[in-house]
Structure formats: C-alpha cells, structure tokens
Design a protein around this ligand. Structure first.
Ligand SMILES: [Zn+2]
Length: 192
C-alpha cells in the first residue's frame, strides 16, 4: 500500500521561526513555500554587500515517503530556492545583483551512522539526519549559500557602473573612485 495515501500532508508555515523546528520524525509529509528576506538569514546577511528592495529568496518544499529496501520507508525531501542577493563583484568591487536558483533532493535517515553509510556515489540525493526539531530554515540557507558562485562577478562587460557613459558625451565626468575607462585612456593617449 502506498504510505503517501494514508499519511497526512502538513502545510508548512512560512514564518522563519517556525521553520527552524520541524518534526521530521512524525508520520506525516510536508509541503510549503514562502519568501525569506535576506535579514531573516544571518549567514546571508553577512555575505550581502547591500540589501536592495526585493532581495530575498523564494523557497518551495515537498516531501513524500519512498520504499527503501531493508528499512522503513524513507522521507524524500525536494527543496527549491530561487531569488536575488547583492554581493561584491570580484572584478570591479562594486555591488552586483545576482539571480540564483538551486534545486536539491534529500533523503531523511534515522541516525548519523546511517548517513555515513549512505552510498557516496548517489549524487541524486543527499542524506539528512531526521529529528523532531529539524532546522529547515538552516537547510534553506545552506542551499542558497551553495547556489552562490565562488567568485561573484557582473556578467561579462557589465562592470562599468554607468554603462550609458560609454556613449561619446564629449566631457568625461569621471569620478576618482570609478575604475579607469579603457576608452578614455586611449583618448588621452591620442591627445598627447
Ligand atoms: Zn563588476
């Protein structure tokens, strides 16, 4: 018999505090979605170079039970995160808005030993040790951190903070903190 048809499916609260204590030992599955502001996630707040209106991450989670040979059916957790954060561009050291997305699949196991014994070659799903007060908020934050590039950068050619100043305006209004525009360097060389 399919366990999913008999077990209740619980709707998760979108409240960050509630998300930090979820009972993954209870015989029930979960689904839910919500939006988390950067300020609700301490490690992201630390990474962010600035927080602009609209920055933050949507998350969507759904779990179900799957039969597993030789043990109790295991809870499978599918988690998707998608959103926007501002990080320091490693090329121009200016704020850089990045749209990020990540989708992962996890399997709930009962103990650390079971997680350690989990086949390493299974890169489709990662084991998580279930608990009665599982920090789902922390897992969502982990996923967002994993989706961030190692070296955040503007898209190629987008580093100039004011792209419109590329058009020939005659008078260059370069401020000292702006990186030197290579075209201006060329212009100056021609003048000399
Ligand atoms: Zn840049």
């Amino acid at each position: 018999m399919n366990r999913n048809q008999v077990l209740p499916q619980v709707e998760l609260s979108a409240d960050p505090k509630a998300l930090s204590r979820i009972d993954f030992c209870a015989p029930q599955s979960y689904q839910g979605s919500g939006f988390l502001e950067i300020s609700a996630l301490p490690r992201l707040t630390e990474e962010a170079s600035s927080i602009e209106p609209g920055d933050g991450f949507h998350w969507e989670l759904k779990t179900h039970f799957a039969d597993s040979p030789g043990s109790e059916p295991r809870q499978i957790l599918k988690l998707a995160v998608k959103g926007r954060i501002h990080l320091v561009c490693q090329s121009c050291l200016q704020d850089c808005g990045l749209d990020l997305a990540q989708e992962s699949r996890f399997v709930m196991v009962a103990t650390e030993d079971e997680a350690d014994a989990f086949p390493m070659e299974d890169d489709q799903q990662e084991p998580l040790v279930a608990s009665q007060h599982f920090d789902l908020l922390g897992l969502i934050e982990d996923e967002i951190l994993l989706s961030m590039p190692l070296i955040p950068k503007h898209p190629e050619g987008a580093c100039q903070p004011h792209a419109s100043s590329f058009s020939e305006g005659g008078e260059a209004s370069d401020t000292p903190e702006k990186p030197q525009n290579p075209f201006n360097i060329l212009k100056n060389m021609k003048k000399n």
